[in-house]
Design a protein around this ligand. Sequence first.
Ligand code: BTN
Length: 265
Amino acid sequence: MIRKISAFLPADHPWREQIVYLPAVDSTNTYAKDLARQGAPSGTVVIADAQSGGRGRMGRSFCSPAGLGLYFSLVLRPQCPAKELMHLTCAAGLAAALAVEDAAQVAPDIKWTNDLVLNGRKLGGILAELSIDPMTAAVDYAVIGIGINCHQILLDFPAPLQATATSLRMAGADISRAALAAALINRLCAMERDLLSQRAQTIADFRKRCITVGRDISLIRGDSLRHAHALDVDEAGGLLVQYPDGSREVIACGEVSVRGMYGYL
Ligand code: BTN
């Protein structure tokens, strides 16, 4: 697998020698965090053929059967305070959408904040995790996890996901996971370069792909559910919403679950 991915990368790509491939793992994010704690350099990539405990946002699981999806995590070491990385999930989601477009010639939308969406169904997701130095509030490392459904047919998904999930194959864009992994590596490398210097442009590009903006949505915080209208995405990647009484709030990434008023979108 590593050789196949390398074949798609430039010979001098800075992350080329830092790709770890595992036939099976609980979670590539957990594995990448262990590597980061042991000192792995920025640009370390972990890819697995299968995950037994693939994780999503808000304690959800990510269905990760062998051979069917791309399960990918990246270690980064941005030199900045954590508060400057509030837009990391948006930047990574945009990079992942662009990588899918590069490799598979289909353009996913993004459901705020971390779902890749194709034809109204979930194609994949992003799970960004930060380790912060408690003394300085600086970022020690970030792990960006990306899961993309590649070769599944509908019946490969568990019954509860069959109404909302899709894959590149189901969208008529079946491509090799190695090609997609290489496209992700290229786009994430550009994302790392621009992460702090091009924040406004990144958010502007994210906004164009974000199908949540302009929709009526349900915000689920624990047991409470509120309806709102999504107005915009702010410079930190937060979702600006307006409630039926006219009041407004910015929802920070990671805080709430967002659903369409009448379904997944
Ligand atoms: C979500 O849907 O909420 C995010 C899903 C993120 C899944 C990816 S797969 C690779 C990496 N390892 C994990 O355990 N999760 C991420």
